[in-house]
Write a protein that binds this ligand. Structure first.
Ligand SMILES: *[C@@H]1O[C@H](CO)[C@@H](O)[C@H](O)[C@H]1NC(C)=O
Ligand SMILES: *[C@@H]1O[C@H](CO)[C@@H](O)[C@H](O)[C@H]1NC(C)=O
Ligand SMILES: *[C@@H]1O[C@H](CO)[C@@H](O)[C@H](O)[C@H]1NC(C)=O
Ligand SMILES: *[C@@H]1O[C@H](CO)[C@@H](O)[C@H](O)[C@H]1NC(C)=O
Ligand SMILES: *[C@@H]1O[C@H](CO)[C@@H](O)[C@H](O)[C@H]1NC(C)=O
Length: 701
C-alpha cells in the first residue's frame, strides 16, 4: 500500500507539472487577426498584432488543412533588415522553440521564398519553400541564457520572408539535457513515430510537451525510403510505461514497425546535416512473446565502434514489457543521408522492432552582442524612441541595426553609433564608457543635456560628434591625450570653461564655435605685458570692499578679428597676484570668454533693446541661447586709451567674483569694437547698490 501511495504521489506530481506546463505555452498565430482557442488541441493562440509591428498580415490562398493558424501568414519586406519576435523565457530553463511556414498557393508572379531563420544571433535554418502547400516545421531545443529569446527572419534571397506560427514550449525535468547545452542548441532534424495509424502527427495533448511526432506514413522525397522486405506495422492498446527521461508519449510507444524477416532498415534525409548530432531510439516491447521467444538485435548501420556490439534486448533493458527503453548516441557524426539498419542476432526468435526515433543536430550558439554594449544601446534607443524605426533582436547579429556598426568578434562589439539628428533627448548615459571598441560616435543635432560624457576609457574612439546639442559644463582635460581621437565636434552647445590646451595643437580636428563661455588660453605668444595695479576702495551700504588688487596681466594677445574656424584668435591670459585683502577666485573660474559678434547680435536681436547709457557707451539687453540674460556694454569708440581700459576691465572683472559686483561673462573685440558682456542683474547694479538705487529700467555700468 505504501508503494502504490508513493506511485500515486509521483503520478500527481507529474500531472501537476504537466498542467502548469501548458499554461506556459506560447502559441503565436503570425498574421492572425484574433485570439482563439484551437478546438483540436484546446490550446490558446494569440494574434501577433501586439508583438510584431512590421510586415503585413496576408490571407493564405488554399491553405492546407483547416487549422486557423494557417489561414493567414505574416509577410515581411525584402530588405537588409531583420524582423524579430521576442519570446519571454526563464533563464536556464529548457524550451522547445518552433517556427512553422506554410505559404499556400503560389501566384504566377511569385517566386519560391528562400530566407534565413535565426534564434538570437545563431543561424537556425535556411527556410526554402519547395512545396507551397507543405507546412515546414523548424524546432530548436534550447536552454534559455537570459529572460528572452529572439526569433528573427531576414535575408531573403528569393521571394520574401514570411512566417505562419511561432511556438514556445517549456520542457521539464532533465529532458534533452546534454553536456553541451551552454554551447550548443539542439536543432531537431527528425522525430518519427513508427507504425503510426494515420498520417497525422502526434502532438499535444498526447504529448504533454507538444513535441511533434511525425507519422512514418507521410511520404516526402527521400524520407523513410529503402524499407526492408518483411517490415510490418504493429500496435497495442495496452498502456506503455514511458516514465523515463524524455517522456515519449504513450500513443507513440503503442505503435511500432517490426522486421519480420530479421532486418529493419530505412534511409532518410536529415535537414541541416552533416554534423554532430544527438540520436535517440525509443523502444518498448509491445508484442506478447511466448515463453520460448525472445527479441534481440543490433544496430549494424551506421557502424559505430561504441555501439556495434551492443545487443538490444528491449524487455531486459526496460525491465519488462510495455516499458520504454531509450538508448541514444549523445554525440555522433551524421551525414545528410542517414541509412540505418537493425538486424536480429542469430539466437533471436523475433525480428527487430522500432517505436520511434529522434535526431537533432548540435548547433553552435553564436555570441550575442556584448551585454555592456547592449545596455548602452538600449538606453540610447529609449532616448531616441520617437525617431528610430523599430529595432528588434540583437543589435549586431544577424544583421546590424541601422544606426550601429559592429565588430566581427565573438561576442560582437559596437564600433560605431550614428544617431545624428534623431531627436535624442536627455543625458548621455554614463555607461558609454564601457563601449571600449567604439571608434565613431555621432550624436550631433539632438537635444542632449548634461555634461561632456566620460570617454576616458574609449581608447579606440576616433570621431566624436556632439555638435548642436545643449550640453554644458567644462571639457575634460584628458581629451587631448585620448590615443585615437582625430575629430571632435562640439559646436553650438553651452560648454564653458577652458579648452584643454592640447586640443588646439592641430592633431585633432576640433570645432567648438558657438559655445558661450568656452575659453582658451594661449601660452606661447607674448604681444605685450600689462601690469595693472588697481586699488579700489569701496565703502557702501552693502559692504563691498575692494582694497587693493594687483593684477598681473600678461600674454595678452590681441587681434582685430577672431577667426572661428581656424582655432586661432584672440585670447587672454591673466594671472593675478593679489597684493592685499581681496580673495581672488580660482584660476580656472572667472576667465572671461570670447563671444563672437554674430552671437551677440543674435542674443541682443541686433542691439535692439537699449537699457542704459554710460560714460563709455550704450548698454543693451540680450538673452543667450542657453537662456542666460546678459547686459552688453558697447564701448563708444576705440582708441589706445579705450583699448587699455578695455583690457583692464576684462582682466579685472574676470578675476573678481563678488556678490555685488556684476560678473563679467565675456568680451568681444571685433572690427575695432570693444564689447563687454555682463550677467544681467534684475536688481540693478553695483552703482545702484552703492547709491541705494533700485532702478529696474535703467542699468548703468
Ligand atoms: C515542470 O515545470 C513546471 C513549470 O511549468 C514546474 O513547476 C515543475 O516543478 C516542473 N517539474 C519538474 C519535475 O521539474
Ligand atoms: C490576445 O492576447 C494577448 C495576450 O493575452 C493580448 O495582449 C492581446 O490584446 C489579445 N488580442 C486580442 C485581439 O484580443
Ligand atoms: C562531439 O564530439 C566531437 C569529437 O568527436 C567534439 O569535437 C565535439 O565538441 C563534441 N560535442 C558536440 C556538441 O559536438
Ligand atoms: C556601417 O554600417 C553601414 C550600414 O549598416 C554600412 O553601410 C557601412 O559600410 C558600415 N561602415 C563601416 C565602417 O563598417
Ligand atoms: C544650434 O543647434 C540647434 C539645435 O540644438 C539648431 O537648431 C541650430 O540651428 C544650431 N545653430 C547653428 C548656428 O548651427
Amino acid at each position: 500500500m505504501g508503494f502504490s501511495f508513493f506511485l500515486f504521489i509521483i503520478y500527481l506530481y507529474f500531472i501537476s507539472s504537466v498542467t502548469s506546463q501548458v499554461q506556459d505555452f506560447v502559441s503565436i498565430d503570425c498574421g492572425g487577426t484574433s485570439n482563439y482557442t484551437d478546438t483540436s488541441t484546446g490550446l490558446a493562440w494569440i494574434s501577433d498584432v501586439g508583438l510584431m509591428s512590421q510586415g503585413k498580415s496576408v490571407q493564405v490562398e488554399n491553405p492546407n488543412g483547416n487549422l486557423l493558424q494557417f489561414q493567414r501568414r505574416r509577410d515581411f519586406p525584402i530588405d537588409s533588415k531583420k524582423y524579430c519576435y521576442t519570446l519571454n523565457t526563464v533563464e536556464r530553463r529548457t524550451y522547445l522553440v518552433r517556427a512553422t511556414f506554410q505559404y499556400g498557393s503560389l501566384k504566377s508572379e511569385d517566386t519560391y521564398p528562400k530566407f534565413e531563420l535565426y534564434l538570437d544571433a545563431t543561424q537556425w535554418a535556411t527556410v526554402t519553400i519547395f512545396d507551397v502547400s507543405r507546412t515546414y516545421v523548424n524546432e530548436m531545443i534550447i536552454r534559455a541564457s537570459s529572460d528572452s529569446v529572439d526569433v528573427c527572419i531576414c535575408c531573403a534571397t528569393t521571394g520574401f520572408p514570411f512566417i505562419s506560427t511561432l511556438e514556445l514550449r517549456p520542457l521539464n525535468l532533465s529532458m534533452y539535457a546534454t553536456d553541451y547545452e551552454d554551447e550548443f542548441f539542439l536543432k531537431v532534424a527528425a522525430r518519427v513515430n513508427f507504425g503510426a495509424p494515420s498520417k497525422d502527427a502526434i502532438r499535444y495533448p498526447d504529448d504533454p510537451y507538444d513535441r511533434i511526432w511525425d507519422s512514418d506514413l507521410v511520404k516526402r522525397q527521400n524520407y523513410l525510403v529503402g524499407v526492408a522486405p518483411g517490415t510490418e506495422r504493429i500496435s497495442t492498446s495496452r498502456d506503455v510505461d514511458t516514465r523515463s527521461r524524455e517522456y515519449t508519449p504513450v500513443k507513440v510507444m503503442q505503435t511500432a514497425v517490426v522486421g519480420t524477416k530479421g532486418v529493419l532498415s530505412y534511409r532518410l534525409n536529415l535537414d541541416g546535416f552533416p554534423g554532430m548530432g544527438r540520436a535517440y531510439a525509443y523502444f518498448a516491447e509491445i508484442e506478447d512473446l511466448g515463453a520460448n521467444e525472445n527479441r534481440k538485435f543490433k544496430l549494424e548501420q551506421p557502424f559505430s565502434a561504441d555501439y556495434d556490439s551492443a545487443v538490444v534486448n528491449i524487455a531486459e533493458k526496460a525491465n519488462g514489457d510495455y516499458r520504454l527503453y531509450e538508448p541514444g548516441y549523445m554525440n555522433v557524426s551524421l551525414e545528410f543521408v542517414l541509412s540505418f539498419a537493425f538486424v536480429k542476432t542469430p539466437d533471436s526468435t523475433r525480428g527487430p522492432l522500432l517505436n520511434a526515433m529522434e535526431i537533432s543536430k548540435y548547433v553552435q550558439i553564436a555570441a550575442k552582442t556584448d551585454r555592456r554594449d547592449l545596455a548602452v544601446l538600449n538606453v540610447l534607443h529609449f532616448m531616441a524612441a520617437e525617431s528610430l524605426s523599430v529595432d528588434e533582436g540583437d543589435p549586431c547579429a544577424p544583421t546590424p541595426w541601422e544606426w550601429v556598426n559592429c565588430s566581427s568578434t565573438a561576442p560582437p562589439r559596437i564600433t560605431k553609433i550614428d544617431l545624428s539628428g534623431k531627436n535624442v533627448k536627455g543625458e548621455i548615459p554614463v555607461e558609454l564608457k564601457n563601449l571600449q571598441e567604439l571608434t565613431e560616435l555621432w550624436l550631433g543635432g539632438n537635444y542632449l543635456t548634461g555634461q561632456f560624457p566620460d570617454i576616458s576609457n574609449l581608447i579606440n574612439l576616433k570621431i566624436l560628434h556632439l555638435e548642436n546639442n545643449k550640453l554644458s559644463g567644462s571639457l575634460p582635460s584628458y581629451l587631448a591625450s585620448l590615443p585615437s581621437l582625430q575629430e571632435l565636434y562640439i559646436q553650438n552647445n553651452s560648454f564653458s570653461g577652458e579648452i584643454p590646451a592640447g586640443l588646439l595643437r592641430g592633431k585633432i580636428t576640433f570645432k567648438y564655435e558657438y559655445n558661450i563661455g568656452l575659453c582658451k588660453r594661449e601660452r606661447k605668444q607674448k604681444h605685450f605685458k600689462l601690469i595693472i595695479g588697481i586699488s579700489v576702495g569701496v565703502v557702501a551700504t552693502v559692504s563691498l570692499l575692494l582694497l587693493g588688487t594687483l593684477l598681473l596681466l600678461r600674454n595678452l594677445q590681441r587681434k582685430s578679428s577672431f577667426q572661428r574656424s581656424n582655432g586661432k584668435g584672440d585670447s587672454l591670459r591673466a594671472s593675478t597676484k593679489p597684493s592685499t585683502g581681496y580673495s581672488i577666485s580660482r584660476m580656472d573660474e572667472g576667465i572671461a570668454c570670447y563671444i563672437t559678434l554674430p552671437d551677440l547680435e543674435e542674443a541682443t536681436s541686433s542691439f535692439s533693446k537699449r537699457i542704459g547709457k554710460g560714460s563709455f557707451g550704450s548698454v543693451y539687453y540680450g538673452k543667450m541661447k542657453d537662456g542666460k540674460e546678459i547686459a552688453v556694454k558697447m564701448m563708444a569708440e576705440s582708441s589706445t586709451h579705450m583699448n587699455k581700459q578695455f583690457v583692464t576691465e576684462v582682466a579685472l572683472l574676470s578675476r573678481i567674483h563678488h556678490r555685488n559686483l556684476v560678473p563679467l561673462t565675456g568680451y568681444c573685440e571685433e572690427e575695432h569694437q570693444c564689447i563687454l558682456v555682463y550677467e544681467y542683474m534684475h536688481n540693478g547694479t553695483l552703482r545702484d547698490h552703492i547709491h541705494g538705487l533700485h532702478s529696474h529700467k535703467k542699468v548703468v555700468l
